[in-house]
Design a protein around this ligand. Sequence first.
Ligand code: NAG
Ligand code: NAG
Length: 265
Amino acid sequence: MASSSKAAAFAALLFSLLVTYGSCTRPVNFNESDFTADPNWEAARATWYGAPTGAGPDDDGGACGFKNVNLPPFSAMTSCGNEPLFKDGKGCGSCYQIRCTNHAACSGNPETVIITDMNYYPVAKYHFDLSGTAFGAMAKPGRNDELRHAGIIDIQFKRVPCNYPGQKVTFHVEEGSNAVYLAVLVEFEDGDGDVVQVDLMEANSGSWTPMRESWGSIWRLDSNHRLQAPFSVRITNESGRMLVANQVIPANWVPNTYYRSIIQY
Ligand SMILES: *[C@@H]1O[C@H](CO)[C@@H](O)[C@H](O)[C@H]1NC(C)=O
Ligand SMILES: *[C@@H]1O[C@H](CO)[C@@H](O)[C@H](O)[C@H]1NC(C)=O
């Protein structure tokens, strides 16, 4: 090829790159795994931990405080997120679609995972440390083990609304709660998957007392008086939409117990 036609071919290549990827500022030293042509998907890396077909940690607890994450509705489709995903606990319960395309065993189909834990040693800007189950779910049928064997792979992800068919918002009164201290785990919210505020109303008090974020998805109230149950709980999502679970925590509440509401976003 003559050098002028080489230059023309190079210019055409540059032009096609610009057309394909638009004019967004890109890092100078980017490669294919740093971004995708579809602006709705972002690049991340994925690893996995725990048992190959497990739900992550043995105690299935993690930094969000969720329990029994191996059971529905989480069904082991769980992930640790590094700080941009975990967000100091505000990311707990967020739902993401993930997919992989650049390993032979990848199906390319999107799978939905829920952030249930914190990832302390990120290997990329966005790092999903998945349960073995969730990592394997990105594989073609019958090739889960082959994909897990890769250990660490490039993936793509996007935030999606959570959707828990048939599930209502559930409150778990945490171990250690007592007459002057109440800690409540809030879970299974459709949409955002998380709440930005939780308030409590004591029996016949007629007023809401703000709870504060304790850790993960657990909200707490430290009271200067004996709290009068039953308690109503009001939750507010990121759009400011409030829902009230009327007297959801009964007069005879006990710690370490789930109380299911009849509310849902
Ligand atoms: C792309 O970048 C990642 C890390 O940023 C690196 O591990 C990978 O090898 C690179 N791929 C190519 C084809 O250069
Ligand atoms: C908050 O709840 C409303 C009503 O269900 C819903 O339309 C909205 O999408 C929710 N916002 C978020 C951020 O989830």
